[in-house]
Design a protein around this ligand. Structure first.
Ligand code: EPZ
Length: 420
């Protein structure tokens, strides 16, 4: 009955203490996929305990990978892969499964991956991944909801021009190009820290990748790649989510292990709103003891404002002294949290990509529904600030991307718990 769980919050309690930031979900998933590129043991440390990590492990197991699950770590070995099909019932749980496509074709010359299907925040096609792999010599067809790619004579390097910046698209090609024959240049590449983290690990495995973190990445393919032992970088979106929580609930919290050098844009916006954010040797200290000023948000690829923090900062801005404009430029349907925030008294008008948020004096606790991962985080932020009790239904969404969020918030004084 895990899926029927609710999260209950009694609002208006300020936060004091220390929160341990976990390893990054969006860095962990491509790194787990990269283990398909080698037959040697790969040891991944600082993994977060998340549903998405469990789902990805289940997917890797279905291929025949050997996985030892340790405490916030796994050893994974893909020396005995006996299935090259990623089944729908596993892929539908997590779109990031598409990350197996590139490494699987590169190492095994074939992959059959269920098309992920739609998702709450948008259509999220994978055409750019497929077009790029075809440019590298893969031939493909779509049959009964599966993409089937083959490269009997292996992949070869190519000039890849992404017409739109795609994070997992860049990651798929980085992995595929590492074992392709010759040089691949990725133009208009994603510059997210998670892409850089993947490139660093691929280079540790023996790849030759230059320029990760810029919009032009050069990869010289090699014959084979070796194993690695590496810790995953800390989660910048979890960090930003807890900054939004302190902005809403007020107080002072140390976000242990957090780094703000991967959050320049959100930090400058929160600073503009009146949140005090300081880098310390233990992590990031966040404090806020007064009302918030409005701000205008434009989500964009890194280093712009991350779309994954848009819902959370909207909860803060719904309480600001004034009007804020939020432009969601990455996904076409990422305002599902607006209807739920409105049930709590927020004054938000959406037209197309734009949400106009008029600050209100207070929010009121209500029964609300989580629709997707970051929308559910937004409702937690709002619940911390609201008068009275908020009950968030379908709380399983939040467990996809946040490790024990209610325990971390309880530890700093929030009145928050789970109910079935
Ligand atoms: C990654 O998704 C993240 N997921 C998302 O985080 C994040 O929101 C997104 O990047 C943007 O930063 C992981 O890293 C596992 P995209 P991804 O390809 O790679 C369009 C979270 O909450 N597009 O960069 O799937 C697409 O529809 C998740 O942790 C195509 O049109 O996103 C979108 O509009 C949510 N064709 C835009 O590009 C394609 O082939 C950016 O998508 C691929 C993408």
């Amino acid at each position: 009955m895990k899926d029927m769980q609710k999260i209950v919050i009694e609002g208006r309690r300020s936060l004091e203490g220390v929160v341990n930031i976990s390893g990054s979900k969006n860095a962990s998933l491509p790194i787990m996929a990269a283990t398909l590129l080698t037959s040697e043991i790969c040891s991944i440390r600082n993994l977060p305990n998340l549903r998405d990590i469990d789902s990805f492990s289940e997917l890797m197991n279905s291929f025949g990978a050997n996985i030892d699950k340790l405490d916030h770590a796994i050893n994974i070995c893909c020396d005995n892969i006996n299935n090259l099909t990623a089944h729908y019932d596993l892929v539908k749980k997590m779109r990031a499964s598409i990350l197996v496509l590139g490494p699987m074709v590169a190492r095994f010359a074939r992959a059959k991956v269920s098309l992920p299907g739609g998702c709450a925040i948008g259509l999220r096609p994978i055409n750019l991944h497929i077009d790029a792999l075809k440019k590298m010599g893969a031939t493909g067809s779509v049959e009964k909801g599966y993409i089937i790619l083959e490269a009997p004579s292996g992949l070869h390097g190519a000039d890849i021009y992404f017409p739109k910046i795609t994070v997992t698209g860049t990651e798929n090609i980085l992995m595929a190009a590492s074992l392709a024959k010759g040089r691949t240049i990725i133009h208009n590449a994603a510059k997210e820290p998670e892409v850089v983290a993947l490139a660093n690990i691929l280079n540790k495995m023996g790849a030759y990748i230059y320029g990760a973190g810029t919009d032009k990445i050069v990869v010289d393919g090699v014959e084979r790649l070796g194993g690695f032992e590496e810790a995953v970088i800390y989660d910048r979106i979890e960090t930003g989510t807890f900054i939004a929580a302190v902005a809403a609930a007020k107080g002072e919290v140390l976000l242990k292990n957090a780094k703000i050098d991967m959050l320049e844009c959100p930090v400058s916006i929160f600073d503009e709103m009146g949140v005090i954010i300081e880098k310390t040797e233990k992590g990031v200290k966040v404090s806020c003891d007064k009302g918030l000023k409005p701000a205008n948000i434009y989500t964009a690829p890194y280093p712009g404002f991350p779309t994954d923090l848009q819902a959370q900062i909207m909860a803060d801005l719904s309480l600001a002294y004034g009007t804020s404009i939020i432009n969601e430029n990455i996904f076409e349907n990422r305002f599902m949290h607006v209807a739920e925030l409105s049930r709590m008294g927020a004054d938000i008008k959406v037209s197309g990509k734009q949400a106009v948020v008029k600050g209100v004096k207070h929010l009121t606790g209500a029964n609300v529904m989580a629709t997707d991962l970051r929308a559910s985080a937004s409702l937690v932020v709002a619940g911390l600030a609201a008068n009275g009790t908020t009950v968030i239904d379908r709380a399983y969404h939040i467990d996809r991307g946040y490790e024990s969020i209610e325990k971390k918030l309880q530890a700093v004084g929030a009145r928050i718990w789970r109910e079935s």
